[in-house]
Design a protein around this ligand. Structure first.
Ligand SMILES: Nc1ncnc2c1ncn2[C@@H]1O[C@H](COP(=O)(O)OP(=O)(O)OP(=O)(O)O)[C@@H](O)[C@H]1O
Ligand SMILES: Nc1ccn([C@@H]2O[C@H](COP(=O)(O)O)[C@@H](O)[C@H]2O)c(=O)n1
Length: 195
């Protein structure tokens, strides 16, 4: 059986950074599931049709990491048919051998409820806004508003809301360096592998 790591949490909390590091460390595949929603959001037209017809070329766009793409993603992510259209691909990815790390909002609750390790990564709103603003060269206050708006939409939607799974390890990276956050995540995985 493949080993599955589910990483969820609010925007810019450090999920992707940790997910990439874990995948490299343990030789697992990595899927940034937010990219599926970003690609759907920026594709235009009917979002349900967009999600159903996502293709390689949709992931080559240069604007997928922008704040606008994040907002567009969170709007289409509230549509149940969009989520349904992206479900099988994510579940299939999670079955890849020898293991897979998926990061998003509903991985530990909906996509991989039986994941071997679940992490819920958080950081204070201001820390997240500062990190994302530095990354995108954007204004911190504007970023703070955008992240809060996106988090509220993601946590408040009826279908697969962003929520910590009961069995997820909470990792608050507000006061942690990237190295320390990765170390803590590696520790959680190694503990599971050992026992
Ligand atoms: N512990 C940390 N200390 C300082 N900076 C960090 C830390 N973790 C992540 N970062 C930085 O914060 C930014 C956001 O991190 P990352 O992209 O991993 O977040 P995310 O949760 O995957 O975001 P998204 O929800 O948009 O996918 C990046 O620029 C990253 O380098
Ligand atoms: N499993 C997921 C992953 C993402 N979303 C939505 O996509 C938006 C963008 O995600 P990022 O991780 O790239 O920031 C996010 O705000 C969610 O609305 C999702 O619903 N489920």
């Amino acid at each position: 059986m493949p080993f599955t790591i589910a990483i969820d949490g609010p925007a810019a909390s450090g999920k992707g950074t940790i997910a990439r590091a874990l995948a490299e460390r343990f030789g697992f595949h990595h899927l940034d599931t937010g990219l599926l929603y970003r690609a759907t959001g920026v594709k235009g037209g009917d979002p349900i049709q967009a999600a159903r017809t996502l293709a390689e070329a949709d992931f080559g766009r240069k604007d997928l990491r922008t704040a606008a793409a994040g907002q567009a993603a969170s709007r289409v992510a509230a549509i149940p048919e969009v989520r349904q259209a992206l479900l099988d691909f994510q579940r299939g990815f999670a079955l890849r051998e020898p293991g897979a790390v998926l990061d998003g909002r509903d991985i530990g609750t909906v996509i991989c409820p039986t994941a071997d390790v679940k992490l819920f990564v958080i950081a204070s709103d201001l820390v997240r806004a500062r990190r994302r603003a530095a990354e995108l060269g954007a204004d911190v206050d504007a970023m703070l508003m955008q992240l809060r708006e996106r988090d509220a939409r993601d946590a408040g939607r009826a279908d697969a809301p962003m929520i910590r799974a009961d069995d997820a390890v909470l990792l608050d990276t507000s006061e942690m360096s990237i190295e320390d956050a990765i170390k803590a995540a590696v520790g959680a995985v190694e503990a599971r592998l050992a026992g």
